[in-house]
Design a protein around this ligand. Structure first.
Ligand SMILES: Nc1ncnc2c1ncn2[C@@H]1O[C@H](COP(=O)(O)OP(=O)(O)OP(=O)(O)O)[C@@H](O)[C@H]1O
Ligand SMILES: [Mg+2]
Length: 232
């Protein structure tokens, strides 16, 4: 299976703070991988390292086989990796449609465009010309997913996409993630909700203190075993 994202023995820092320690992680074409672990173990820092927002001082990052010695946000998009950031980061001064267009800025050509996103999320079409931040939390999350798809990625990194959302919205998002993955896009789902992990992911990697410490097939573990990696 072709690798879309490979981190090998990565050491990453914020200033002098050493957060990731010899971290190994790989996502192959079409895979659905969950990255789990307690608050503060460094899950978002994995994303930030791929985007060049945390500084990598050891190890390597490869996207689609291409080494990125100095990763940058635009490079990830160009090479086919899009991000749905933790906290959604919808741009307040832009409309829903303008927020979607932002996602295409450094992206690639492919099937995803504004009409295709509106077909997936009809509510975004209804709200197309309202400010992105006027949407409900669940709708903003759909917007963040739509924005990521606009880059026509082969892999989407989803950083706690259901944080703070009502169960009914979490259900809708789970279906969306599965249908996006069914169309061939790989997912790296950072998530604390193990029910969602079991619904979407096939494989999991569990982090502790800045490293991946356990891996396995989601359906060979019970939910209890997965929960043990996120309990405080
Ligand atoms: N910009 C920053 N500067 C310095 N330290 C940071 C910065 N951002 C995060 N940290 C620290 O790095 C560590 C890892 O944070 P990170 O956000 O990657 O954790 P996380 O696993 O995503 O947690 P959560 O589940 O709460 O989102 C934490 O100790 C955090 O306090
Ligand atoms: Mg985080």
């Amino acid at each position: 299976m072709k690798s879309l994202l490979e981190l090998e023995q990565v050491d990453a820092f914020y200033g002098a703070a050493h957060i990731l320690h010899k971290l190994d992680l790989r996502v192959g074409e079409g895979e659905r991988v969950a990255l789990i672990g307690r608050n503060g173990v460094g899950k978002t820092t994995v994303v930030n390292t791929v985007l060049g927002l945390a500084s990598m001082r050891g190890g390597s990052v490869r996207i689609a086989g291409k080494p990125l010695p100095r990763p940058r946000t635009y490079m990830a998009a160009q090479e086919g990796v899009a991000v749905v950031p933790q906290g959604r980061r919808i741009v307040a001064n832009l409309t829903v449609e303008e927020n979607l267009q932002l996602g295409a800025a450094n992206g690639r050509k492919g099937p995803w465009n504004i009409p295709a996103i509106y077909q997936l999320f009809p509510i975004l079409q209804e709200r197309a010309h309202t400010p992105g931040t006027a949407l409900s939390g669940g709708q903003q999350q759909m917007l963040a997913v739509g924005r990521a798809l606009m880059a026509n990625p082969s892999l989407i990194l989803l950083d706690e996409p259901t944080e703070g959302l009502a169960p009914v919205v979490v259900d809708q998002l789970a279906e969306i993630f599965n249908s996006v993955a069914d169309r061939g896009t790989a997912l790296l789902l950072i998530e604390q909700n193990m029910t969602l992990v079991a619904r979407v992911a096939h494989r999991y990697c569990a982090m502790a203190k800045g490293s991946v410490v356990a891996e396995g097939r989601v359906h060979e573990e019970g939910l209890d075993a997965l929960h043990r990696h996120v309990m405080v």
